[in-house]
Design a protein around this ligand. Structure first.
Ligand code: TXA
Ligand code: MG
Length: 317
């Protein structure tokens, strides 16, 4: 499977050495994480970071998440708070990103943070990316491996479809187990969730012993992840649909009628399964040349909040 394209690599000593060499030379390598695949570059190097922005055609105002192996390494770059320590203990490594104040003497490139005095940090759980991070003397800036405003990717082939041979290496770490991006939690001021994800407000509230809210619409774009249009499969998406005609794709949550054009997020209405399948199905539908996609209603509770967030943005016209 991974030999179809010459830039897709299985993980072993040789490919690890190759990746480290590329990263040390400010090149970009695609890596799996438990949430989605990413494009990784040295977060301390403006040259590497500029390359990431260029590859993704990402607006310069949209900052990147810096990924670390462990707490001790992150302490050099951000100002730690008690709340952060509690959440780190409970959820890390794992699918959560923290926005914290940047230290004045932090080496993080200004291009990563789009000039903000805060920085988003994350400790991914996937063993492959953790092995790479352990070897490096710098953290990695890793946005999702997709063209800006498009669907994220959950497999090496998905990354290849987005970037072809423009990235030197794409690691094959299997399918991402979670399937949607990390929860982004702002701890730099009044605590709020900037991007809902796998780890939910209720779980955060329990650890911090205070109510945690999802950020509402902002007068200015506080987290560009709050941009209205995002995660687009490149074809029109219609929400809360009850049916679709034969030549349009229909995504159901729960059993639904079995037709050739029906795609199942989760036959048993399981939200975790639905999260894992969402980007995969949308990409498959696009590849099958459907012109439109209709999606049934997903309950707005638990993980359904993050799913609805992604769908609403994917459907935005
Ligand atoms: O699960 C994930 O977080 C994946 C994997 C690859 O780790 N990464 C990811 O990165 O989703 P990206 O670049 O696609 O999304 C980063 C989000 C954006 O919404 C960005 O605006 C927000 O994090 N962000 C980054 N730095 C920020 C900051 N200093 N303040 C507020 N939001 C920030
Ligand atoms: Mg993204």
């Amino acid at each position: 499977m991974s030999n179809i394209h010459s830039n897709i690599f299985k993980f072993n000593k040789k490919s690890l050495a190759k990746a480290i060499k590329y990263l040390n030379n400010n090149e970009i390598v695609s890596v799996p994480t438990e949430t989605v695949y990413g494009l990784a570059g040295n977060a301390y190097s403006s040259k590497a970071v500029k390359r990431i922005f260029k590859l993704k055609k990402r607006p310069k105002v949209n900052p990147l998440i810096v990924h670390y192996h462990s707490f001790d390494k992150a302490k050099k770059d951000v100002i730690i708070s008690k709340d952060f320590e509690k959440l780190y203990k409970k959820f890390c490594p794992g699918p959560i990103t923290f926005v914290l104040k940047k230290k004045i003497d932090s080496k993080i490139s200004n291009n990563v943070t789009a000039g903000l005095n805060t920085v988003a940090i994350r400790f991914p759980k996937h063993t492959l990316i953790r092995k790479i991070l352990k070897y490096l003397k710098y953290p990695l800036a890793i946005p999702s491996a997709n063209q800006s405003s498009r669907l994220s990717t959950v497999s090496p082939l998905g990354v290849w479809q987005e970037f072809k041979d423009k990235v030197k290496m794409i690691f094959d770490g299997g399918e991402s187990s979670i399937g949607i991006e990390s929860t982004v939690l702002d701890l730099s001021g009044k605590i709020k969730i900037l991007r809902p994800g796998f780890i939910q407000a209720k779980e955060l509230s329990k650890v911090l012993k205070k109510k945690i809210y999802l950020a509402k619409k902002h007068k200015f774009i506080r987290s560009p992840g709050l941009m209205k249009r995002h995660y687009s499969p490149g074809i029109p998406v219609y929400l809360n649909a009850k049916k679709a005609s034969k030549n349009q794709a229909f995504i159901t949550f729960g059993k639904g009628k079995q037709m050739k054009n029906t795609f199942y997020l989760s036959e048993k209405s399981n939200l975790k399964k639905a999260a894992k399948n969402l980007y995969k199905l949308l990409r498959e539908i696009k590849n099958k040349k459907y012109k439109r996609v209709y999606i049934t209603k997903i309950p707005y509770k638990g993980l359904g909040i993050a799913l609805n967030d992604r769908l609403k943005k994917a459907a935005y016209k």
